[in-house]
Design a protein. Structure first.
Length: 252
């Protein structure tokens, strides 16, 4: 077994033994969605006041399904991933691996792979819960949802990499990541879904990474016009974020 495969297996095992990280990755998006559907009044009623024929017949809770996918993205990319790397820096793991044939870059790659798999798992669980328990509609364009979700994942992991690059401890990485995550949930539409936002607020949110992810996923999910602007925004966040993380990464 290669060194990278061994590290991936180890990282997956560590995730499974960490209840908090496991909850944030796999359960949080579904729990958030189910709370919206079963606890918040009015979310299972028909959408009103939206001048979009593509949304006719949908309920408010249906609009939250793509938003739950963005919650899966943010919870892993902004909290779990940076915390893991910050913890390795705090414990000296990155520094020690630098003097071995394994090399510290492999542990970064393994953590990115495990994080990617876990956020996909969280998205599947949330989608399944929405369709089975809330009767939510499936996506109009599965291919576009997959492409959009993949690009959104890359963008959010690039943003999380900036936190991972500098955080000295797991606690500081988690604190910073959680602040960014909570703020991002607002632009993603957790409190007010994108189609129900005021137009100025929706436009502003569309230029934030999680807001652009939410709007592009919503467009793909409900068969709205191709979200070119939002996808370009995601690319515009990805490239400088990845470059900045690469240039500022601390191994110790």
């Amino acid at each position: 077994m290669s060194a990278l495969a061994t590290l991936i297996r180890t990282e997956a095992s560590l995730l499974l033994r960490n209840p908090t990280a496991l909850f944030m990755a796999l359960a949080f998006p579904a729990v958030l969605l189910l709370m919206q559907g079963f606890v918040i009044p009015g979310t299972r009623e028909a959408v009103t006041g939206v001048n979009d024929p593509l949304l006719d017949g949908l309920r408010v809770i249906d609009l939250f399904v793509p938003i739950a996918l963005t919650a899966a993205l943010g919870s892993v990319a902004l909290t779990n991933f940076p915390s893991a790397i910050g913890g390795y820096r705090e414990q000296g793991v990155l520094r020690r691996l630098g003097s071995t044939p394994v090399g510290p870059h492999r542990i970064l790659a393994s953590q990115l792979i495990v994080s990617s798999v876990s956020l996909v798992g969280g998205a599947f669980i949330a989608t399944g819960a929405a369709m089975l328990l809330l009767g939510a509609h499936g996506p109009q364009s599965v291919l576009l949802v997959v492409v959009t979700f993949g690009l959104s994942a890359i963008a959010m992991l690039s943003l999380g990499s900036i936190i991972a690059a500098r955080a000295a401890t797991a606690q500081s990485a988690n604190g910073i990541g959680m602040l960014v995550f909570i703020a991002s949930l607002f632009t993603a539409g957790v409190w007010t879904p994108g189609p129900l936002m005021s137009e100025p607020l929706r436009q502003i949110a569309g230029y934030t990474p999680l807001g652009a992810a939410s709007q592009s996923l919503s467009a793909a999910w409900y068969g709205q016009p191709f979200p070119l602007l939002q996808l370009l925004v995601l690319i515009a966040w990805t490239i400088p974020s990845a470059f900045l993380a690469y240039r500022t990464f601390r191994w110790r």
